[in-house]
Design a protein around this ligand. Structure first.
Ligand SMILES: CC(C)(COP(=O)(O)OP(=O)(O)OC[C@H]1O[C@@H](n2cnc3c(N)ncnc32)[C@H](O)[C@@H]1OP(=O)(O)O)[C@@H](O)C(=O)NCCC(=O)NCCS
Length: 346
């Protein structure tokens, strides 16, 4: 599709700020998951659960688990290398690295700094961003501000998680849901393409107790007692989280579409946060989407939090599903609570 024909099919909400033709395009995507696979059958041997329960309640069949010596920065670095290869970007070209994660290698320094060193991206500024499963859209939106303001030419955005490190492997309510992995995107100004058209972001800290990890921060530093009380693992109220996810994802997606003055039928590919098949189907139905518009890969990875939509976007691109000019709708939801939706012209 020629850039001219795409310019007419939707409104670019950023045009009113007079960016004089500047855009924030995704010039490369990449993802990486660790080699080890943990199947539902494996979980049957660890907790009282069944493949049938996990499949019907979540849609997840297996997830990837990082090795003991493989950390969030390693997963993120590998995903970044793949995105840089696709974009044809060298480490020296990168101006800024943003890593969205809730499982940093350490509380500090940031995982982004560790990735910067591993990549040899000597010129790049680097910081982490914590918006849980919504982190990838938050990071895209922040990254695009630097591109559109002409502060930077090349921004590397990564969502990376080693959730297996904060999963309570004795809690069947949560341990069947999560997996490890990383997704990355290179943001650059590219003539003749609209790129990231809009990103809606929201939060409700009043519901922080629905999904959280009590231990490890300043409120509850590690002690013998906190470890014995399993405070250093994530906790979740499944049913309430489910309800809030469906509602917030619908609202965010509708707002993103409204801003661009497009309808759901114009979207080629909807990439929702890959947490639960039933959440994805409910959101798709409420938005009036056709089932074939929904991209789903959670059966292979489970919920990889900030990495989730990054991995899915990479798979959608490399499956040949997306052509230049196609519209993509990303929708996310996570702890915080946080949520978001983004429209991208590919
Ligand atoms: C977690 C989730 C799959 C549970 O599904 P649900 O239909 O709400 O199931 P319930 O919580 O009502 O549990 C039903 C029963 O299954 C049991 N159960 C929970 N986990 C189980 C497991 N892994 N295997 C077998 N049984 C399990 C519960 O103990 C409960 O038993 P009870 O009725 O005897 O008390 C669902 O709530 C969910 O997906 N929530 C959102 C999670 C999410 O996406 N979080 C991340 C957002 S970023």
């Amino acid at each position: 599709m020629s850039p001219q024909s795409t310019q007419k099919k939707f409104k670019n909400p950023r045009a009113k700020y007079n960016f004089e033709g500047r855009t924030c395009s995704i010039s490369g995507v990449g993802s990486y998951v660790p080699a080890k696979i943990l199947t539902n059958a494996d979980l049957e041997k660890m907790v009282e659960t069944s493949d049938e329960w996990i499949t019907t309640r979540t849609g997840i069949k297996e997830r990837h688990i990082a090795a003991e010596t493989e950390f969030t920065s390693d997963l993120g670095t590998e995903a970044a290398r793949r995105a840089m290869k696709m974009a044809g970007v060298t480490p020296e070209q990168i101006d800024l690295i943003i890593v969205a994660t809730i499982t940093p290698d350490m509380p500090f320094p940031s995982t982004a700094c560790l990735v910067q060193h591993k990549l040899g991206a000597k010129r790049a500024a680097a910081f982490d961003l914590e918006a849980a499963c919504s982190g990838f859209i938050y990071a895209l939106e922040i990254g695009q501000q630097f591109i559109m303001s002409r502060t930077y030419e090349t921004v590397l955005v990564i969502g990376a998680e080693k959730l297996s490190a904060i999963t309570d492997w004795k809690d069947r309510n949560t341990c069947v849901l999560f997996g490890d992995g990383a997704g990355a995107a290179i943001l650059q100004n590219r003539q003749g393409a609209h790129g990231l058209l809009t990103a809606v972001m929201g939060a409700d800290g009043g519901k922080s107790d629905l999904l959280f990890m009590p231990g490890g921060g300043s409120r509850c530093p590690a002690t013998v007692d906190s470890i014995a009380a399993r405070q250093h693992f994530l906790r979740m109220e499944g049913k309430e989280t489910f309800k809030n996810a469906v509602q917030a994802m619908q609202t965010a997606a509708e707002e993103a579409l409204r801003r661009c003055e497009i309808t759901i039928s114009q979207i080629k590919c909807i990439i929702p946060h890959q947490a639960n098949r039933r959440i994805i189907d409910a959101v798709g139905e409420r938005l009036g989407a056709r089932p074939e518009q929904l991209f789903v890969n959670l059966q292979k990875y489970g919920n990889t939090s900030a990495a989730s939509v990054g991995i899915a976007l990479d798979e959608a691109v490399h499956s040949g599903l997306l052509q230049r000019g196609d519209l993509i709708l990303l929708i996310v939801f996570g702890a915080g609570l946080t949520w978001g939706a983004a429209v991208i012209e590919w």
